[in-house]
Design a protein around this ligand. Sequence first.
Ligand SMILES: [Zn+2]
Length: 238
Amino acid sequence: MKTEQSYKGKVVLAIGAHPDDIDFAASGTIAKMIKEGATAYHLLLTNGNKGSEDPKISKEKLAEIRRKEQITAAKILGFEKVFFLDHEDCNLVDDINLKEEIVYHIRKLKPDIVFCWDPTLIYSLRHNYIMHSDHRAAGQATLDAVYPLSRDRLTFQNLENYGVKPHKVKAVYMINIDEGDNFFDISETIDLKIKALKAHKSQVSARHIEMIKGWAKETGRKVNFKYAEAFKKIELLQ
Ligand SMILES: [Zn+2]
């Protein structure tokens, strides 16, 4: 599916569990949307403070490093701002508090398009991958926040005190590395994606870069693009 539409004036909100999630899975597409006129924000749910095998690093230090890496990556891609919720890595639960935090940001930023994890993918045999529980929790809380929680005035009515009003998101693009069927040509933005990934120095190796390029190529092959990212898309009734 080729996307020729302009994103001028559109607002995109990408909601990731860990620093680097969105950059791994959706940054080629979001960078393209930004180039075509969208304003993009990144809402990051955890501080990523468990993602290291370095025996000397503390959780606090790691969180600080990853925060800086995420800010650098977001600048490379053209994001307007990153919002950090700073939940503990590996402890994310899709409870009502997390949903309220996401609803607050949706009502404040008023996105047309939300990117998030697909909470239904538990593992991938094709990619030899077990889905991180934070990814599932982030995806589930985001879908619930999009519908119906952000929409309904009587839900989290206390948020009116912070000057935000109910909002209807138009479309959700879910990251599902096995079953994405909504394809974006990222041939123009693959270099930006790689550059953003390299900003996550504490996480990303040359092997990762090759793997990500390989996946983008494999996805692109299905639709005759050199490189592509694919999502499950929900177009919401307004
Ligand atoms: Zn992650």
